[in-house]
Design a protein around this ligand. Structure first.
Ligand code: KPL
Length: 306
């Protein structure tokens, strides 16, 4: 299968490398200059759970590409820019594997092919140009994004990932919506709290961390149910706890963003919860406070207009 991985950050580089190990897959990574140059010079090195080097194609230019599948792994605020480049190419399917909500809708607005939603709990850190550390075994869920995905495309994409040794759960439209909301609760609880407190994920596993993450997850649960997604508060609190334990020694992506003085994905995580909740007349004070704090931090550093 010809696969474009658009976004060569931690997860994009890891998935691109794992997919490129399959002789039948032809992988092109779209990323930034130094990483792309290093991959072209000496291949893409993976260290950690498994260590190996692969030689995928790599480019900084995401226009005029053609492939059976494009996996989008850019930060959520770059989805629209990615979609603008991708619409100059030809793809049989697009699958978002990103944090936050609304990415599939943005891609569907620009691309004329089936759209899949996806979540991943694989752990990876980009250490240097041309290198990625694989530090967390995980799972990927993929499913059709209504109204533009279909089960057959989801199954084909799932099979291509399984061939690379990835742990994949192919789910239906209702299933992927549920998974996206579950991942939203995990990110809403872990990302801003670790970024503001400047702690690794594991710090949320004990008090006082647990006192903070539980109300966040419950607020996401109330909002998800108002949106017609069947998820209990208990299931979401448990899901957060499991990820905290599984990624205890990791820095969340938002903590990494704050350390690097980069814009964060707060708008499509806690911001999304606040906006959706407001439409249903639900109060989500903890999510609102976190959204406000991170927005204030971004504004103060000139990373956003208020
Ligand atoms: O997705 C993540 C992130 O950091 O963005 C979690 C699951 C919180 C792992 O760190």
């Amino acid at each position: 299968m010809e696969i474009v991985v658009f976004g060569a950050g931690s997860i994009g580089s890891l998935l691109g490398a794992l997919l490129a190990r399959v002789p039948d897959h032809d992988v092109t990574l779209v990323g930034r200059g130094p990483h792309v140059s290093a991959i072209r010079r000496r291949g893409l090195r993976v260290e950690g759970i498994e260590s190996f080097t692969v030689e995928p194609q790599a480019t900084t230019d995401g226009t005029d590409l053609a492939a059976d599948l494009v996996l989008v792994t850019v930060k959520a605020y770059d989805t629209e820019a990615a979609a603008r480049e991708l619409r100059t190419g030809e793809f049989d399917a697009v699958c978002s594997l990103q944090n936050g909500m609304g990415n599939e809708e943005t891609l569907a607005g620009y691309l004329d092919c089936p759209v899949l939603g996806g979540t991943t709990s694989y752990g990876a850190v980009r250490t240097d140009s041309g290198e990625v550390v694989w530090n967390g075994a995980g799972e990927i869920a993929v499913g059709p994004w209504a109204p533009r995905g279909d089960d057959e495309t989801a199954a084909t994409v799932g099979a291509a990932m399984t061939a690379a040794g990835l742990e994949v759960d192919v789910v239906d439209g209702a299933g992927i919506r549920r998974r996206l909301w579950e991942k939203l609760a995990v990110n809403a609880a872990i990302n801003p709290t670790t970024a503001l407190a400047r702690v690794e994920n594991g710090a949320l596993g004990d008090e006082p961390g647990t006192d903070l993450v539980e109300p966040i997850a419950r607020e996401v649960g109330a909002t998800a149910r108002a949106e017609g997604v069947t998820l209990s508060d208990e299931a979401l609190v448990d899901a957060v706890g499991e990820v905290v334990t599984a990624t205890a020694e990791n820095e969340s992506s938002m903590y990494a963003d704050v350390q690097a003085a980069r814009r964060t994905e707060i708008d499509v995580i806690n911001g999304y919860v606040v906006e959706r909740a407001r439409e249903h007349g639900i109060d989500v004070p903890t999510n609102r406070t976190l959204w406000t704090l991170l927005r204030a931090w971004e504004a103060e550093r000139g990373l956003r207009a208020i």
